[in-house]
Design a protein around this ligand. Structure first.
Ligand SMILES: Cc1cc2nc3c(=O)[nH]c(=O)nc-3n(C[C@H](O)[C@H](O)[C@H](O)COP(=O)(O)O)c2cc1C
Length: 332
């Protein structure tokens, strides 16, 4: 599953070293559930050689959450709307039940933490750091294995998560509290449900973020055809998939031009052309969400195709990264 041509795809996100730029978007790949569903042979293969360059688990919150009532997902033209609502067993159960097997994966991990107030993010980060230090030993071993992504942008909880990410001040306060207790990769995942994400990204970096992830889903609404009332149990949901790609690419383009930290770009990635576009607007890593539901090996295939694309163009990953801001056209 590791790319094999002679092109260096290595990506550095702070202290994390990724073999290539393709990772999963939080909440869209549970490696362990997928491995179970694949059965012994292919399931083991998935865990022994995960197709992602870093694994991003689903958002975990300090306290357990039930999530939103069903239905939670609905198909839309070239995409899907979800209103999952961050169901999870809470950080304590996550540490007890999931942390060891996640750390045993032969990949860096980018934990994704959600919350509803700046203090909650700081407390959750501190608890996670302590648990990681207990397991991995030195702080350095922690930073080389584990990064953190703050989900301040979930549109499907109605008690404040996205409100943090829609405000530069709230985001700054949240990131400042977390940066005080976390020295590893600190990515902040932004919402596209704002007119301009640049001020929020700048506030995050000012407060100590060392990467920006974008975008989370776009808030949307689908009606039940018969009753003409909202279809999803959570009423509104978040739109993802190929439908959002040009919208998400615009956010990445603008934020990459405005901040000097690595960007983790995502939104509608389904092909190597999409990966190339995100890199060209300035992303250092590219996350795949909804498109990988049917094919958990999609990330690795895209990495191999990226390698061929670079070999064909006779250019390096560094040449490609951000080239759209420098007049475009790499190789050929
Ligand atoms: C079913 C589903 C669940 C998601 N859960 C989370 C989550 O737990 N945390 C998070 O930060 N983003 C979550 N997202 C957002 C994705 O990580 C990603 O930002 C978004 O789907 C855009 O990428 P895509 O178009 O490739 O799916 C979820 C998306 C989907 C479709």
């Amino acid at each position: 599953m590791t790319p094999s041509l002679d092109v260096d795809l290595t990506v550095r996100l702070g202290p994390l070293v990724l073999a290539h730029p393709l990772i999963n978007a939080s909440g869209t790949l549970d490696l362990f559930e997928t491995a179970d569903s694949l059965g012994a042979g292919r399931g083991e293969q998935l865990l022994q050689d995960p197709p992602v360059a870093a694994y991003v688990p689903k958002t975990v919150t300090l306290d357990p959450r039930r999530g939103n009532p069903p239905p939670r997902v609905v198909e839309t033209p070239a995409g899907m709307l979800n209103s999952i609502g961050l169901p999870n067993a809470g950080l304590e159960a996550f540490v007890e039940r999931d942390l060891d097997r996640i750390l045993a994966l032969p990949r860096p991990v980018i934990f994704n933490l959600g919350g509803f107030a700046p203090e909650e993010f700081a407390l959750g980060t501190e608890r996670l750091r302590l648990a990681l230090e207990q397991r991995l030993g030195s702080p350095r071993a922690v930073w080389e294995k584990a990064g953190l992504e703050l989900n301040v942008s979930c549109p499907n909880v109605h008690s404040g998560c996205m409100q943090i990410g829609a405000s530069a001040d709230e985001t700054e306060a949240t990131v400042r509290g977390v940066a005080a207790v976390w020295e590893g990769l600190l990515a902040v995942k932004l919402t596209p449900n704002v007119t301009d994400a640049v001020p929020v990204a700048q506030a995050a970096v000012e407060a100590g973020a060392t990467a920006i992830s974008l975008v989370n889903t776009f808030k949307g609404l689908v009606l039940d055809r018969l009753t003409l009332s909202p279809y999803l149990g959570g009423i509104t949901g978040g739109l993802s998939g190929p439908a959002i790609k040009p919208l998400a690419l615009r956010f990445c383009w603008e934020v990459a031009a405005a901040v000097d930290v690595p960007i983790i770009g995502m939104g509608g990635v389904a092909s190597v052309e999409d990966v190339v576009d995100y890199l060209a607007v300035g992303a250092s890593a590219v996350a795949v969400g909804a498109s990988a539901f049917r094919d958990p090996w999609l990330y690795a295939r895209l990495a191999r195709e990226l390698e061929s694309e670079l070999a064909h163009r006779g250019s390096t990953l560094a040449d490609l990264t951000g080239c759209a801001h420098r007049g475009g056209v790499v190789g050929l």
